[in-house]
Ligand binder design. Structure first.
Ligand code: CTP
Length: 400
């Protein structure tokens, strides 16, 4: 998988002759597997049409703070800024750079910039004297000090007919620059990971099943965190209502047996296995082939054990492979989790204690304890995304 596969990139385009090159930037990112959302400043609309960029990016282009005046619908710059993996402003005009440096917010690009929690890149485009002017140089320096990444202008012929530095970097160079950023951040580049997630459903008859409340959120967040660290990820997912994360291969299964059959062969080919699924421990021994009818007596269903997927992975684990299990405990949490670490031949166990408020099933947050053969690290209540990044970072520092 290329480093841009599944990455959500916001592309802010300013009013500059170089705006025509934004079409090539969009095409380059889309070719490399990224999702691109374009935002045009009002003056960019005079240089490029939303139709061109909307068609190339396959997403409607946004420009106005208000989406529909009549119906009172706004373009939510907060969601835009928070939902992206990266905000690239290219071409960045001298005017927009000045407003970014000064914190002005009079258009959608600027309000999005102020709301953005993702890394910000900017590729200036202007005439050589504007580029060299101390006011502009100071603005660029201020943005760099804020940690934003400056993709320097290149030297060459400018729209004014003059020649010098100020021309926006070539679209292909811009895409390389962005890709290199994700690559450097990628400690698990070249590694493959299989993650199980979600619940399993065990059939009682054709319409009924035994399941559990797992939402799959933790496993999905982990799959995404592994992909962000550069790994090639396959997610073997029980029935959940979550969309497949971008850039990740998802195999959907229903029962523990299906999950086992899909996961084991994948684990044999993987560097890392992660069992985040809430797998049923038992299934009806003989599911009825037709819908069971109601009777006046009590009903018992005979249950048989399911395959323990994590334990099977542990039994097959070869040297160099890593295995991460989860444990959900209500009492004697640490001792039980440590028991599972040993019994299932794991390198690490992520312990969720149900005793903690806001942790575990159905919640967006989790309070985890990470355990290896010789370490126990407690963590605060965090979002599942943060917990997932912590788990990946811990794995990298401890084992790789
Ligand atoms: N697991 C699995 N296959 C199963 C049951 C569990 O792969 N049939 C995995 C889970 O994905 C998790 C770990 O095993 O990573 C711990 O699951 P848990 O249900 O807590 O442990 P059990 O061994 O089933 O023990 P118990 O239910 O008695 O606590």
């Amino acid at each position: 998988m290329g480093m841009l596969e599944g990455k959500r990139i916001l592309l802010g385009v300013c009013g500059s002759i170089a705006a025509y090159k934004s079409a090539y930037i969009v095409r380059e990112f889309v070719k490399r597997g990224a999702e691109v959302q374009v935002i045009l400043t009002p003056s960019a609309l005079r240089f490029v049409t939303p139709l061109t960029l909307g068609t190339l990016s396959k997403h409607p282009v946004l420009s106005d703070l208000v989406a529909d005046e009549q119906r009172g619908v706004w373009n939510n710059h907060v969601d835009l800024g928070n939902g992206a993996d990266l905000f690239l402003i290219a071409p960045a005009s001298a005017h927009t750079l000045a407003k970014m440096a000064g914190g002005e917010a009079d258009n959608l690009l600027l309000t999005t910039y102020l709301s953005a929690t993702c890394p910000v890149f900017f590729a200036p485009a202007m005439d050589l004297d504007m580029h060299a002017h101390p006011a502009n140089a100071e603005n660029i320096a201020r943005l760099e000090e804020r940690g934003h990444l400056h993709i320097p202008s290149e030297s060459g012929e400018l729209a004014s007919g003059l020649s010098g530095t100020g021309r926006m970097a070539d679209p292909e160079h811009i895409a390389d620059y962005v890709e290199a950023y994700f690559t450097e951040k990628a400690p698990l580049r070249g590694k493959s990971v299989v993650v199980t997630a979600g619940p399993t459903y065990e059939a009682i008859d054709p319409v009924r099943f035994i399941g559990n409340h797992s939402s799959g959120k933790m496993g999905y967040a982990l799959a995404k965190a592994f992909a962000e660290a550069g790994a090639r990820v396959t997610l073997v997912s029980g029935p959940v209502s979550l969309p497949a994360p971008g850039g990740i291969r998802r195999i959907s299964v229903t029962s523990a047996q299906e999950m086992y059959r899909e996961t084991l062969p994948l684990f044999r080919e993987s560097d890392i296995g992660v069992a985040a699924a809430a797998v049923a421990d038992y299934r009806p021994a003989e599911p009825a082939s037709t819908k069971m009818k109601k009777k006046d007596a009590n009903l018992s269903i005979e249950m048989e054990p399911t395959e323990d997927i994590l334990k099977s992975m542990g039994a097959e684990k070869k040297s160099g492979q890593l295995l991460v299990g989860f444990a959900l405990e209500t009492d004697n949490a640490e001792a039980n989790a440590r028991g599972k670490l040993v019994a299932k031949n794991c390198d690490m166990i992520v312990l969720n204690s149900l005793a903690d408020q806001g942790a575990g099933f159905g919640h967006d947050t989790n309070k985890i304890t990470l355990m290896t053969g010789n370490k126990t690290v407690h963590s605060e209540l965090k979002t599942k995304e943060e917990a997932a990044s912590d788990i990946v970072a811990f794995l990298v520092t401890e084992f790789l």
